[in-house]
Design a protein around this ligand. Structure first.
Ligand SMILES: Nc1nc2c(ncn2[C@@H]2O[C@H](COP(=O)(O)OP(=O)(O)OP(=O)(O)O)[C@@H](O)[C@H]2O)c(=O)[nH]1
Ligand SMILES: [Mg+2]
Length: 365
């Protein structure tokens, strides 16, 4: 599709870099006329006369000109590669704006040229949280668009049930797909002083959270990002849970509970060097699906039979049981991988599109 109005967008990541790429899209003939005096090609050919896919050199700016590299990458697109500093980029964008270019996000240009599906895929890839996630996203190129077209054809041929079951299969991977671009939320909870902050520090490998031998040290939710088994994980340390807290501590506990309720996975810590407390028992009853951590495993275990049999023994002090715990977390979050040919929704919009597609096909939905 030809984009006739002129737009300019930065295609390199935000922030400072060695080189930045600014892409101009639209009516290059008009731009070529207007740009005289601001941009001078080394060959003296105008921008419009420069052959496509040929790398050229030029100078940008009326005074204090900057060397740039440029390339017409299509009949209506040109890339300008300049120094990556913010000021250098801003100057070129301001000049382009004064020449009638609208400064837009790179996604807008891509969408004009390639359509919403390809744009969405590139955007998801740019937001991949880990290399492993990026591999899964990269493999999805073109799949969702094809799947929707195939399902539309099934509906046109009267195979409504088959189309609905295809949509269901894909939606079953929505949680996995959405977490390729955002971390899984894992929240730690337990009574004050059981070692939640120590465990979070041991899991991420640095002192993110304050550790102190006094109950009620952590008052707010403290997060730390890490990667388990190739998946991005956001760990949240929370205020210790106890029934008797007041005022500020109670406010922290309320926040902790909110984070715990909304978590993708919950870790419940027990200090096995102290006998079970009523608050421990209440947490265990309330959260039967949480991963139970038998913490301070370097000290004598006074829980005995009371300890849940599936509890994972960990000592943050001696750094034991951490590998087993991180593997258990990763396995609980991603118990099964999709097949390599599966189509996976990557964005909330794709999920909504699939649900809207399925809705009229599923009776009673
Ligand atoms: N022996 C032993 N002591 C530990 C271990 N982990 C933490 N501790 C100690 O337990 C005490 C409390 O640790 P924290 O990590 O601050 O406990 P917390 O659960 O975050 O406490 P609050 O923030 O008050 O809820 C500190 O004195 C730690 O050194 C462990 O694995 N073994
Ligand atoms: Mg703490």
């Amino acid at each position: 599709m030809l984009a006739r109005s002129l737009t300019a967008a930065v295609w390199t990541p935000s922030g400072r870099g060695a080189v930045a790429t600014i892409r101009v899209q639209g009516d290059l003939a008009t731009l070529s006329e207007r740009i005289v005096g601001i941009f001078q090609t080394a060959s003296d050919r105008s921008l419009e006369e420069t052959p496509q896919q040929r790398i050229g050199f030029g100078q940008w700016g009326r005074d204090a000109a900057e060397d740039v590299v440029f390339c017409r990458t299509g009949s209506d697109a040109c890339e300008i590669h300049c120094h990556g500093g913010n000021v250098a980029v801003r100057r070129i964008l301001d000049d382009l704006k004064s020449l009638g270019c609208e400064v837009v996000d790179w996604r807008s240009q891509l969408q004009v040229e390639r359509g919403v599906w390809e744009c969405e895929h590139a955007d998801a890839l740019s937001r991949a949280t880990t290399l492993r996630s990026a591999g899964w996203i990269a493999a999805q190129a073109g799949r969702m668009e094809r799947a929707i077209a195939e399902m539309t054809e099934l509906v046109a041929n009267g195979q409504r049930e088959l189309a609905a079951s295809r949509a269901n299969e894909m939606l079953a991977w929505a949680n996995f797909g959405l977490h390729l671009t955002r971390p899984w939320e894992v929240v730690l909870a337990g009574r004050p002083n059981v070692g939640k902050s120590s465990l979070i520090n041991a899991l991420v490998g640095f002192d993110r959270s304050i550790v102190f031998d006094e109950p009620g040290t952590t008052r707010d939710v403290v997060t730390a990002d890490t990667v388990f088994d190739g998946w991005a994980i956001r760990l949240s340390d929370t205020a210790g849970q106890r029934g008797s807290a007041q005022d500020l501590e109670a406010a922290g506990i309320a926040r902790a509970r909110e984070a715990f309720v909304n978590a993708d996975e919950r870790l419940l810590l027990l200090d096995i060097s102290h006998p079970p407390h009523a608050d421990d028992r209440q947490l265990l009853v309330e959260w039967p699906d949480a991963i139970v951590v038998a913490h301070k495993a370097d000290l004598p275990d006074v829980w005995g039979e009371a300890l849940p049999t599936n509890a994972i023994r960990v000592s943050s002090l001696q750094r034991t049981g951490l590998k087993e715990l991180s593997s258990a977390i990763a396995t609980r979050l991603v118990p099964q991988l999709p097949s390599e040919v599966e189509t996976i929704p990557l964005t909330d919009r794709q999920c909504s599109e699939l649900m809207a597609f399925r809705q009229p096909l599923t009776p009673n939905s």
